[in-house]
Design a protein around this ligand. Sequence first.
Ligand SMILES: O=C(O)CCC(=O)C(=O)O
Length: 293
Amino acid sequence: MLQVFKEEKLQSQFESQGYVKLKLFSPTQIEKLRTYYDKVQSEHEATLQSHALYSSVETGNADLLMAIDKLLKDTIMDQVKATFQNYQTLISNFLIKDSGDETELMPHQDLTFVNEPEHCSFNLWIPLQKTDRNSGQLRVFKGSHRISKTLRVVPDYPRPFLPYLDTIRELFTDIETEIGECVVINHSVLHGSSVNLTGQPRVAIIMGFCTEGADIHYHYMPEGDSSRIEKYLMKAEDYYHFNPDGRPKYAKQIDTISYCYEPVSEQTFQSWVKKEPHLDLLTKAKLLYFKSF
Ligand SMILES: O=C(O)CCC(=O)C(=O)O
């Protein structure tokens, strides 16, 4: 895989943990992003009032998505260029978590964009306010991108980690952030976010990236049939236009593929636990000897 961080140490953290927290931006930059969001807030809320977590993509407004892309290029690209190399950008979005008791986001992985693990794709998650356990912070299952490979498709697929969700929540690392801090997170890492109890929406920007030279793909599984998954070749701008059923409007379908979905076996999970350097001995012992998965 191409090295996406300029700094070796960050690259090796990213490869072993699946995420890196960085302080990249100034309060003024975050304020500029926030001010822009305040202007487009009602457009986000108008279409999406019933969701706990919603994004700019769901507005279906290509002009808005292009404007967000331009805003980021004008506002934060100096730091992005100083930190990363060998990358292409994917779509960027505001991601809003409403306030309420039921707003925890359960462990999940993001969609497959590229051929993994030869290539990798990731988000830069930039919260526009401080985050902690009561204000929608990100939670990550360190190293979980190395457990097992899965094709992650739209609209849904048999989730291979379903039997372990409670265990995974217990193993999450909570990532508090101050203004200007952000999290670079591999799309294949299991992650979630905590409840937002602040009484205000929690707003973040997510900026998508993948390794330079990778073909960008989108997979659509019709009617839950994993023997006829449609594979589309995407250009960055194809993410601005989707049909109501979730298929891309203009991208070219290049293949129909079959994929065998199987839950991650207890044996696979346990052998990962044994080898995983980020788990301490007590946790390993609990997982392997005292707890049934
Ligand atoms: O912003 C959040 O609360 C969660 C972000 C997330 O899970 C994602 O980008 O996939």
